[in-house]
Design a protein around this ligand. Structure first.
Ligand code: VTB
Length: 320
């Protein structure tokens, strides 16, 4: 995948983040999400590629824009054919309340390399490079923590586990506490938390628990670039969810997906912070412009590049 694409796609996540950030703390989740989706949709078409949304805003009938299967990009002849896994605003509630960890995300892969994850829950575990061989979703939290501590040459009590603050995680929380690790409970936003496990100095060692499946694919793409690891298992709450998954080609409903089964081949990832988070700073507005903070990376090289951009709205009126 051409490395110049990295700079192209970061413009797209910047545009979505700038649009969504206007709605920080304004109590309107839908308006924030809608603004991000519109800005991202517009920005894609300025890039010379033939893109298909594989993970997006939902099925065609429920999402007017960036729906699964939608074609984006300039689509001129000879343009590279790429698949997209996007989340224009990961953390709509966070944004509406002005909390931490909201971001705009784009993962890019060659054709057919993302799992077509249904819009269900996913049980997840994510770690950074130093513990990449130490995790298994088939083991319980305590065993995973012991293996991670051994790999990181520290005690379990030195580890910090990020878990979404939900009643469904009561058992995991109890087991993690019993094992002696620390917990950082987050209200929302497990994508940024998954990335933080692979960022030295983030203070986060492992993500555990159940979040959205599509976002699991996005986190897996990012962790491929960062050399970390991720495993996920789909969680179904209803028979309807199961039959929809079947329609999407999922045969083994209990399968534990390894990172390469979620995002294979050469992948690229970029994200822009909407609100301040454990890895990215949020959008800061000032008179006539704004500052954004993004990360761009590719699985081929593993370079993690942070981009701080100053946008002058007087000279770039199209961006807002
Ligand atoms: C949210 C959100 C996460 O999953 O929790 C969601 O914060 C699903 O959980 O970042 P709930 O239905 O309990 O809110 C994510 O969107 C992504 O995995």
């Amino acid at each position: 995948m051409d490395r110049n694409f990295a700079m192209e796609f970061v413009r797209v996540s910047e545009a979505a983040a700038l649009a969504a950030a206007r709605f920080m703390g304004r109590g309107d989740e839908n308006a924030a999400d809608h603004a991000a989706v519109e800005a991202m949709r517009r920005a894609f078409d300025s890039i010379h590629f033939s893109g298909t949304v594989k993970i997006g805003e939902g099925e065609r009938d429920e999402a007017p824009m960036l729906y699964i299967g939608e074609k984006v990009g300039s689509r001129r002849e000879g343009a590279p054919v790429l698949d997209l896994a996007i989340d224009p605003l990961e953390g709509t509630t966070i944004t509406s309340k002005g909390g931490a960890n909201a971001l705009s995300v784009i993962a890019v892969a060659e054709e057919g390399k993302f799992l077509h994850a249904p819009d269900t829950y996913m049980s997840k575990i994510a770690v950074g490079p130093d513990a990449r061989d130490a995790i298994s979703l088939d083991l319980g939290p305590a065993e995973n923590l012991h293996n991670i501590a051994r790999a990181k040459k520290c005690d379990v009590s030195d580890l910090t586990v990020v878990i979404l603050d939900r009643p469904r995680h009561d058992d995991i929380i109890r087991e993690v506490r019993k094992a002696g690790a620390r917990i950082w409970m987050i209200s929302d936003g497990d994508v940024q938390a998954a990335l933080a496990t692979a960022m030295p100095g983030s203070g986060v060692d492992v993500l555990m628990g159940i979040g959205g499946a599509p976002e699991g694919v996005i986190a897996a793409a990012a962790l491929r670039c960062m050399g970390g690891n991720f495993q996920g298992r789909l969680i179904f709450r209803t028979e309807l969810e199961k039959s929809r998954a079947h329609e999407m080609g999922i045969r083994d409903l209990n399968k534990t997906y390894k990172i390469e089964e979620l995002a294979a081949g050469r992948v690229m990832f970029c994200a822009t912070g909407v609100t301040d988070g454990s890895m990215l700073r949020g959008v800061k507005f000032f008179g006539g412009g704004a500052k954004t903070h993004s990360v761009v990376m590719r699985s081929e090289t593993g370079t993690i590049r942070f981009i701080e951009a100053h946008h002058d709205f007087r000279r770039k009126p199209n961006i807002i």
